[in-house]
Design a protein around this ligand. Structure first.
Ligand code: ZN
Length: 362
């Protein structure tokens, strides 16, 4: 297994997030990646490499151009316009009946975000790009014949939609990698400019890709990006949104639309889910993936399903993760693991290496 990690993740170090009416220290902090990296080094799974540098084309394949331009300059424009230099956080969100586009430096954050848990600081965009590059490098390794790669991404990505950030996520690393795998890597960008996406001609038809999201929270961004597609199957096992974030998506009756109908599968679960219950649901998810017969699997891996997680309410123990990894490995698919959430920091190293041990058949 090859791990891809960039120290640039630490450039994203927000001073606070807004949760339940309180400004609190962010759960999503640089220590998370550091702890996982240290555990990986001790476990000796194989080489740990920096990401290759990709240009914007493969990111533009899933994200809106205006959104990316906003993210790249959000902090500098915010500060220049008199916003608090601590972090970009909107005061007004574009919602339902008031969603006209407005992109003034102090206003655009409310147009392009859906909550107050994703502050932008000076290094956020560079960190998010490094995470996307890590996922793309993992995808490139699979295209080159690797069977398993782990992109230790931070910030995470699965809540980021086509043109919306939130839930600690800015660029949807898993979706970017899934699109790249499906395209067979032709968005690599040698010589292509921003305006030439997609490059032509496409050398071969899109490959089928499955994204399995095992973060505690529904991968609402990934679902949105692929909702009307039949070449990418999205399967998510998560806390029932009637009870937990992201609240407004992730229900079982969200099954895709248009040609994508039937290619979006949600398993919303009750509180206090045990190892046995989780593994039984995972079995159903894996059957659906096997039936889809994808060429590649992208695994959005969050560890906030752990019983001790400060923002989750499942009851998984550390023993669950090697078993989850083993079962997923039995699909026999080239697999890219993309790091998502997990906030019980003291247990994060053990839980992440447990999943990877299972995936590695160790
Ligand atoms: Zn999560």
């Amino acid at each position: 297994m090859i791990t891809i990690f960039s120290p640039d993740h630490a450039l994203h170090d927000a001073p606070h997030e807004f949760l339940d009416g309180k400004l609190i220290p962010p759960h999503e902090a640089p220590v998370r990646a550091r702890i996982i990296l240290e555990a990986l080094e001790r476990a000796d799974f194989g080489p740990i490499q920096p990401p290759r540098a990709f240009d914007l084309e493969p990111i533009r394949a899933v994200h809106d151009h205006g959104y990316l331009a906003y993210l790249a300059q959000a902090y500098e424009r915010w500060v220049a316009a008199g916003g608090d230099p601590a972090a970009v956080l909107p005061s007004t969100l574009a919602v339902r009946w008031m969603s006209r586009r407005s992109v003034g430096p102090l206003v655009a954050p409310g147009y392009y975000s859906f909550d107050l848990s994703a502050p932008i600081v000076a290094g956020t965009y560079r960190a998010a790009r490094s995470a996307a590059d890590a996922a793309l490098t993992g995808a490139a390794l699979l295209l080159e014949g690797q069977q398993l790669a782990y992109a230790l991404c931070r910030p995470p990505g699965h809540h980021a939609g086509h043109d919306l950030y939130g839930g600690y996520c800015y660029l949807n690393n898993a979706a970017i990698a899934a699109q790249y795998l499906g395209d067979g890597g032709w968005g690599m960008g040698d010589g292509d400019t921003l305006d030439s996406y997609p490059p032509s001609p496409i050398p071969h038809p899109p490959q089928r890709v499955a994204v399995l999201d095992i973060d505690f929270h529904h991968g609402n961004g990934t679902q949105q990006i692929f909702y009307e597609r039949d070449d990418v199957l999205f399967v998510s096992i998560h806390a029932d949104p009637a009870r937990e974030y992201p609240y407004f998506a992730g229900y079982a009756d969200e099954q895709g639309a248009g040609v994508g109908r039937g290619f979006n599968l949600n398993f919303p679960l009750e509180a206090s889910v045990t190892n046995a219950r989780y593994l039984a649901i995972l079995e159903q998810a894996l059957i659906a993936i096997a039936d889809f017969a994808p060429r590649f699997l992208v695994l959005s891996a969050g560890f906030d399903t752990f019983g001790g997680d400060p923002i989750g309410d499942f009851a998984l123990t550390a023993d669950a993760y090697p078993l989850i990894g083993q079962r997923i490995a039995q699909l026999g698919l080239p697999t890219l693991v993309v790091q998502e959430g997990g906030y019980a920091v003291a247990a994060l190293g053990e839980n992440a290496t447990g999943l990877l041990r299972g995936l590695n058949g160790m």
